[in-house]
Design a protein around this ligand. Structure first.
Ligand code: SF4
Length: 410
């Protein structure tokens, strides 16, 4: 498993697999260019070809390759060796001078068969939660944070503090704006940012449970509406699902008054659960469907809530497993290829499901022993994701994307 730094990245929305990863690939390719060229041809395949325009992949590579002239091709026909595949080719006088191929893995990670400089190294010698729990028990470690500090660089604590500050700053910014999310004047996607209104309305609600749910929703919307507006956010674990974890952490910090340091430490726990999914299944909607994005985000948030509320490691695992289990099979069907519908609302739901899963871990886990381990649910998620048709994996060809395509706009 890789460092938690690779799970919590700061970058441009709306989609880490479609914006952050192509931008990293573009910057790496740019370093390989020697001398004068006419242009760089960037070709997007698979999900990147089908939804790259709505997801802003073209803008990400044009920006990263500047000042070189960039020609973008969305190839929706050619069968590529990976669902998130792209190539870069430097051209001069009609001749190809250099060409490289990359595959985006989710959450901004990239790999390449012919540019190994982009490949990130594993630092954890463990692969799943059972191995990690055995290590914690055998060595009498105090918990997941102490486990992480055995392998991470000491700078990780400052890194996570900054990541949490950036999460909170994009959330607080999101609560102040009510502009439209840019979507090329697509009438189906006229989305006026509404986190601010949800937040203000929450204070008129008398029922405490309903008020909490609307606050969590406002916080999740605030972050992901920023991501969908192509602003900077922290992947947690992706841009498309970037509202879920910050929502529950901000609620604990801002509304429950938990200290910043304690809330920051919950990022170790959330990060390890996200890392296990990334290692054994996927965190990319184009590879595993939305269960891989919102399911993982909710699972990470549930683990963080359980940790913050002092539950045992068994209960933390229960919370995280529960959140993932009930998102199994969730398809990725972004309408017209934009990260707006169903993505924004889905972040709110991810935060609520995380809170419910924490409550189950607190009140039901002591009554009935959970038969499904976290490693089991991750294996089930991978199996389910592998069986999902490509129409439900960030191609905008199935589900809501298909139904709403036929519907007349008002
Ligand atoms: S439906 Fe889910 S996985 Fe797909 S783009 Fe939206 S948030 Fe990401």
């Amino acid at each position: 498993m890789k460092s938690l730094e690779k799970l919590f990245r700061y970058g441009l929305g709306p989609s880490s697999s479609h914006t952050i990863a192509p931008s990293i690939a573009a910057r790496s390719f740019k370093k390989l260019i020697k001398g004068d060229i006419d242009k760089v041809v960037v070709t997007f395949y698979g999900s990147l070809g089908l939804t790259g325009h709505g997801h802003g992949s073209d803008l990400a590579v044009i920006d990263a390759l500047y000042p070189y002239k960039t020609e973008v091709v969305f190839d929706t026909k050619t069968d590529a060796p990976h669902p998130l595949y792209l190539s870069f080719e430097a051209m001069k006088g009609g001749v190809s001078l250099i060409k490289r191929h990359y595959a985006s893995l989710g959450g901004g990670e990239i790999t390449s068969e012919d540019d190994p400089s982009v490949i990130e190294k594993d630092i954890y010698p463990y692969h799943n939660l059972n191995e990690i729990k055995a290590k914690i028990n055998d060595e009498h470690l105090s918990g997941i944070k102490e486990f992480c500090l055995l392998y991470e660089d000491p700078s990780i604590d400052d890194y996570l503090s900054n990541a949490l500050k950036m999460m909170f700053s994009s959330l607080e910014h999101g609560l102040t704006v009510d502009s439209y999310i840019p979507a090329n004047d697509n009438p189906r996607l006229h989305w006026k940012r509404c986190a601010k209104s949800i937040y203000e309305n929450a204070f008129t609600i008398k029922d405490e449970g309903a008020k909490r749910e609307m606050l969590l929703s406002a916080y999740a919307y605030a972050v992901v509406e920023s991501s969908s507006s192509r602003e900077h956010v922290v992947t947690s674990p992706t841009c498309g699902s970037s509202g879920v974890l910050p929502s529950v952490l901000y609620y604990c910090y801002h509304d429950l008054g938990m200290p910043f340091e304690k809330v920051k430490d919950a990022l170790y726990t959330a990060g390890i659960f996200g890392n296990i999914v990334k290692q054994n299944a996927s965190i990319a909607g184009a590879i595993g469907g939305c269960q891989a994005e919102i399911g993982t985000a909710s699972s990470m948030a549930a683990a963080a809530l359980a940790e913050l509320n002092g539950l045992s490691l068994y209960q933390i695992e229960y919370a995280s497993e529960c959140a993932m289990e009930h998102f199994l099979g969730l398809s990725c069907d972004p309408v017209d290829g934009y990260v707006i519908i169903p993505c924004i609302e889905r972040n709110g739901m991810g935060a609520l499901r995380a809170y419910d899963s924490y409550l189950y871990a607190k009140f039901i886990a002591p009554i009935r022993h959970n038969q499904v381990s976290f490693d089991d649910v991750v294996a089930a998620m991978k199996l389910t994701g592998d069986s999902l048709a490509s129409a439900y994996k960030e191609t905008a060809e199935g589900g809501l994307a298909e139904i709403l395509k036929e519907k007349k706009t008002k």
